[in-house]
Design a protein around this ligand. Structure first.
Ligand SMILES: [Zn+2]
Length: 72
């Protein structure tokens, strides 16, 4: 996992990359919706890079960015 980020808040480079974003309740998965050929949408799991010094989430990202994203 690449670790080349610098925290925009505290300037530290103690960034943990690729942390899975989970919900605390069991209502489902937090993620980004996308369309598939037959179904209206799926949910692409979100990951986060987080600063281990101050707790700032440096970025959110998905591992399959070339989806047909559902934006309505
Ligand atoms: Zn920080």
């Amino acid at each position: 996992m690449e670790n080349m980020s610098i925290c925009p808040r505290c300037g530290g480079n103690n960034i943990t990359a690729g942390v899975r974003v989970n919900q605390t309740a069991d209502a489902g998965t937090v993620g980004l919706s996308y369309k598939t050929k037959f179904v209206i949408m799926g949910t692409e799991r979100l990951y986060a890079d987080i600063c281990s010094d101050c707790g700032t989430v440096v970025r959110f990202f998905v591992k399959n960015p070339a989806r047909q994203w559902y934006t309505k």
